[in-house]
Design a protein around this ligand. Sequence first.
Ligand SMILES: NC(=O)c1ccc[n+]([C@@H]2O[C@H](COP(=O)([O-])OP(=O)(O)OC[C@H]3O[C@@H](n4cnc5c(N)ncnc54)[C@H](OP(=O)(O)O)[C@@H]3O)[C@@H](O)[C@H]2O)c1
Length: 420
Amino acid sequence: MSISSISCGYTFKLSKSQAFRGNTHNSSQFQANPFPYPLPFHLSLSKSQKYSKNKLFSSITASSSETPTVETPKKQSFRSKNPKDINVLVVGSTGYIGKFVVKELVKRGFNVIAVAREKSGIRGKFGKDDTLTQLTGATVCFSDVTSLDVLERNLENFGVDSIDVVVSCLASRNGGVKDSWLIDYEATKNSLLAGRKLGADHFVLLSAICVQKPLLEFQRAKLKFEAELMQEAEKDEGFTYSIVRPTAFFKSLGGQVELVKDGKPYVMFGDGKLCACKPMSEPDLASFIVDSVLDEDKVNQILPIGGPGKALTPLEQGEMLFRLVGKEPKFIKVPIEIMDFAIGVLDFLAKFVPSLEDAAEFGKIGRYYAAESMLVLDPETGEYSAEKTPSYGRDTLEDFFQKVLTEGMEGQELGEQTIF
Ligand SMILES: NC(=O)c1ccc[n+]([C@@H]2O[C@H](COP(=O)([O-])OP(=O)(O)OC[C@H]3O[C@@H](n4cnc5c(N)ncnc54)[C@H](OP(=O)(O)O)[C@@H]3O)[C@@H](O)[C@H]2O)c1
């Protein structure tokens, strides 16, 4: 257990990694815990002396006649504060989910510091002004999460001197091998380290339900970070995490709506029943993620989560779509083995032509989503279980399809490789 805080111009510094600054004058630093020997003086801090930048120390007391007793200083839990006094750092704030997370945090009154790139969005299509508009209500710090030094320096220059909670919605925009490790592992870890240095006591990670069965590089990168996050909480009982593992997003299922509307058939693998998911909207998932900032029952938990209603197979999604457009269902059933063949060829070629490594990976990602369910994998049966996949929220896939039929897919664009 280590604690660092500032009180009345003094920095109590117990762990290098947790030091944070306050607007002190004449500040000086000394070790407060563990004290290697009884204090040579009688000390009792007044209530006002126990607060600085909303951080609380438990009292250090000593009577005149007894050996001084030193209570371990304790920081005030951010959970007992008013949301407006809780500083939440959001990385991945410009993504499909990140934008809604920022919006929801702002709506609930948190003090939001959103980290963004100067050129954000798919292929950097948004400039600074667009980003500031998208993230209205948050303070936006333009930085580079792929460099810890740069991130820390930018936050410091920006005047951020304490963080309570970090929320990461970072994700590789293309799912390629190197980019996955760079973003889903390294950049996410940078946000943990930078947050910890500024005093963060809680980390909410947007992960993915598919990491239960890791066959892809981005899943391995996410799992490595998840493991390190959990280790951090084991090392320091004052630090907690919530790992949110959602099922499929609406954007990943809307790709055929306009085609079907135009009279084209619905394309699916096998008999259309190889996999199923409980689709979830961006606002519903953002709401669940923001619940995870404060909810005690989400502390140190891995939280698989799906949207409302029953799990849907691709066949059921296709049937729903034809019903909505009022057309006779027409399906093209593609044998999954075709993908296996293509992946096999690409994997073989990538051994000699390294530039094909990502192409092979994208094929594997496509294959994975065509055959694996985005549902909880029941450890007892080894099968995916719709019943064991919790539901949250109100937005249904049917409402989403209806909206796309009238308004189009704007805001639902897939990433750089149009895979997810
Ligand atoms: N699609 C699904 O159905 C599904 C289902 C379950 C879970 N998930 C998981 O949900 C997570 C978030 O997905 P999403 O769709 O919201 O992601 P997204 O829209 O692709 O957003 C990714 C975020 O990460 C940032 N980022 C990416 N590369 C970066 C870089 N090099 N430097 C700085 N920032 C970078 C992006 O910033 P810029 O705007 O600057 O690019 C953006 O803010 C992913 O982990 C995904 O695996 C997805």
